[in-house]
Ligand binder design. Structure first.
Ligand code: ATP
Length: 270
């Protein structure tokens, strides 16, 4: 199947209240929202608006969600693509795709560009290059660097990129004027898990008085994505048992299923 060019969303509905926990990260991206909404306020004083920020953290912790919320809060279009899409591309396509993406975003600025799994394109150059198959990836990375360097101070496009492997990234990406800010998006602690449960329980038909402290306690090590899964799975289990509301036992059964799935996944990986 052909990889998609990139995705463009003009009316993003996600806002900060959809992102539970992550107070520090939200505070940091709040500034990016301000830049997008009111760039003159900053440039009038001679300041340079940052071009990019790297969202760093384990899978499923809400990096994509947070990037979308920036676009939703600032009411700007959200252009996104995944670094792993480039891996399958023919020679020359990756770089021209990056060019197209930046051109479209500039035409519609202010805008957010979001690059998920940037490590797939942004791995340090000149390593693991025995097959020569990394040339295309390097071309794509070089084009990305070129585009970011080419931004004028008034371009008003901010590039957010996500990775769970900041350590493998080419240092050139982190240089001043590129992804020179790193924002950590960690696994939720118990209090944050409670908040994430509250977000994902809201749309469910459930029994009164479900104890979210208890659910948070039952789910150490779970990511936000895992918790969203638990809530959905609990609703499916309740329906399968012909219940009219999701109850505590359904959540416990869902937690067991997700734990089982996580264990299996870890076994395959290691
Ligand atoms: P990956 O590294 O795997 O791409 P990610 O960090 O980008 O993961 P998201 O795709 O943003 O994670 O999260 C997946 C889903 O998990 C979200 O759409 C949301 O439903 C839920 N989720 C994750 N984190 C949170 C959070 N902090 N608050 C509310 N929901 C969350």
């Amino acid at each position: 199947s052909r990889a998609k060019l990139f995705d463009e969303k003009t009316d993003v509905k996600v806002t900060f209240k959809d992102v539970a926990g992550l107070e520090g990260a939200k505070e940091e991206v709040q500034e990016i929202v301000e830049f997008l909404k009111n760039p003159e306020k900053y440039t009038n004083l001679g300041g340079k608006i940052p071009k990019g920020a790297l969202l760093v953290g384990p899978p499923g912790t809400g990096k994509t969600l947070l990037a979308k919320a920036v676009a939703g809060e600032a009411k700007v279009p959200f252009f996104s693509l995944s670094g792993s899409d480039f891996v399958e591309m023919f020679v020359g396509v990756g770089a021209s795709r990056v060019r197209d993406l930046f051109k479209q975003a500039k035409d519609k600025s202010p805008a957010i560009i979001f690059i998920d799994e940037i490590d797939a394109v942004g791995r340090a150059r000149g390593k693991n290059n025995m097959s020569g198959s990394n040339d295309e990836r390097e071309n794509t990375l070089n084009q990305l660097l070129t585009e970011m360097d080419g931004f004028g101070t008034n371009t008003n496009v901010i590039v957010l990129a996500a990775t769970n492997r900041a350590d493998v990234l080419d240092k050139a990406l982190m240089r001043a004027g590129r992804f020179d800010r790193q924002i950590y998006v960690d696994l939720p602690d118990i209090r944050e898990r409670k908040e994430i449960f509250e977000v994902h329980l809201a749309p469910l038909k459930k029994v009164e008085g479900l104890d979210t402290d208890f659910l948070a306690k039952q789910t150490p090590g779970f990511s936000g994505a895992d918790i969203a899964n638990v809530c959905n799975e609990a609703a499916l289990i309740a329906a399968r048992n012909n219940k009219t509301a999701v109850d505590k036992q359904d959540f416990l059964d869902a937690v067991d299923r997700i734990v089982g799935g996580l264990e299996k996944k870890n076994k395959i990986v290691t």
